[in-house]
Structures are given as structure tokens and as C-alpha cells.
Design a protein around this ligand. Sequence first.
Ligand code: ADP
Ligand code: MG
Length: 327
Amino acid sequence: EQLANQIAAGEVVERPASVIKELVENAVDAGSSTIDITVEEGGLNLIRVTDNGSGIPAEEIETAFQRHATSKISTSSDLFRIASLGFRGEALPSIAAVSRLECLSSTGHTGLGHKLSIEGGTITASIPAATPQGTDMTVRDLFYNTPARLKYMKAVQTELGHISDYIYRIALAHPGIAFTLKHNGNTLLRTLGTGDRLQVIAAIYGSNTAKAMMAIQGESPDYELLGYISKPELTRSNRNGITVIVNGRYIRSHAVNQALLQAYHTLLPINRFPLAIIEIGMHPSLLDVNVHPSKMEVRFSKEAELRTLVESAIQAALGKERHIPGP
Ligand code: ADP
Ligand code: MG
């Protein structure tokens, strides 16, 4: 069991950013309206994710740290229509296997909850504790008992780069949630949770960038598309500024990226890239998220239709911008 957890940990927990991804996705799944992320030394000393979501019932906390204990799937056919972000029940046991973890959680406003402490996969305390509604996960000394993994960790700045990159994208995916990200005491991001995606863009990239964004939208029989793309005068040297969100999940899709850039470079034949946030809505049955444990790369069952939609929506937005009549 311990070994199975450490093996699973190798797949799920690649680096501090993967821990943050799993904890923050759980907080989103729990219906939180605020999520605070605190990190020290690139996440290797400390990662803390505090949410005000549903909380975990005291009698379920220990179970939540057992393998394949997900509360999010009840039948195997559910796997084909996944709506929530988590679904494998592997994250918590994997993280707990390779760190010193403390979980404080409460399901109500009574101020009463439960505290579970785990070191390297072994429970060291499980006691009632005072805590507000929601969940507060603290992960210390990540990889302290897996020196081989620890050796692969890069400089603090590199790990922090992966962390902030992920938090920016999840904040873009959820403009209705107020996020804060702090590293070594400095606030790196604060979003307001008003639901306004341009406000999130401004918080991440600055208000001038937010002003240089154009709305994109479109629909096809199976897909709906919404988002923003930068005006032609605002370009970037790489494609990292493209964020794709599918049914509330930040994902990687080669197909969507390619369609977007195809349309963009047809209209702007330059070796530069846009800042773009594309949100795709669709019936979950058309999506296969169960491709890789990290759940990042997805497949669409009607990919050609989606490509066409993305291309035409980008063309429409950029075309409009180009054909504004002169004064
Ligand atoms: P999964 O997300 O795939 O279900 P996890 O290992 O990430 O598996 O979490 C296990 C279970 O613990 C979840 O199904 C959920 O019931 C509970 N849980 C974890 N984090 C939170 C949280 N922040 N708020 C409420 N419940 C949580
Ligand atoms: Mg999860």
C-alpha cells in the first residue's frame, strides 16, 4: 500500500506545481469562492491551500487519503462524462506519501472540524479541531523521503515559474473565484472573484494588456466558444500566452492551439504569437480527459468541427479589427 502510493506519487506528483494543481482543483470542485495559495521556497518547504468550500466530513477525512477514494465517481460509466476536475482519487494519498501533510477541514459554520496529520503516508494524528468552514491543506518538506525525486528539482525560481503559470491559468478559468498566490511573503496574484475575466487578465498581465484584448465568440452544433485574443499590436515571442479552458478545466490541446495559430498566422503572417484565452463549452461525453494521470491533455471526439469553429471565431475577431474604416 505504502509502495503503491509512492509509485502513484511518481506519476501524480512530479514537482511542487503538480501538488498545487491537485489541491487547487479539489478546492474548485468543493465549490469554493475563495482559494488562497501560500508557497515557500518554490513549494519545497511549504505549500498551503486554504479554501472556503464544502469541507470534508470528519468521518471521511481518513478515507479521502486512501487510494481510489474519490467521492466524485460512483459508476465506471461516470468516467465518460466527467464534469468535476478530480476523479481518480489518487492525488491526496500520493501527496501524503511524499511529504509531511496536515489537513484541517470543516463542513459547517460551527467552527468545529477535524485535523489529520500524515508523515510519509503514515497517520500521526487524527483529532477534532477548531477551524472555519472549508479545507486547509499544508504540505511541508515535499519529497523529503524520496531523495531521487528531490534531486530533480530545479531552482526555486523555476519551480515558482511552474506554480504561477498554473495559478494564472486556473484563475483565468475561474473568474468567479477569488484567488491569492503568495510566495515567501510576497503577493504575486490577487483576483477579485467578480466573474469578470478581463479583470483577471489585468491582474495577471497588467491593465494595458487587458485593454488590448478583443472578445471572441462562436458556436457550432456541438461546441460553444468564448474568450479573448490580443489585438494585432500586442504580440508575444512565444505561445505560452495561449490558455485553453474546457468545461471549466484548464487543459492542453494541440488541436485547439494549432487551429488558433493557423487562423492567426493566416491573417498576421509574422513570427509572433497572441495572448489568448479560449473557453470551450460542450457536452462532457464528447471529451476524453482520462488520457494521462496529470489530466492535462484531452481528446475531442469531434475534433474537425472544433478546429473549424476555432479558426472561424479567430478570423471573425481579427478580421473585424483589420477592417475598421479609417477616420
Ligand atoms: P479526487 O479529486 O480524484 O476525487 P483526491 O485524492 O484529490 O481525489 O481527493 C479525494 C477526496 O477528498 C475527494 O473526492 C473529495 O471528496 C475530498 N476532498 C479533497 N480535497 C477537498 C477539498 N479541498 N474540499 C472538499 N473535499 C475535498
Ligand atoms: Mg482531486
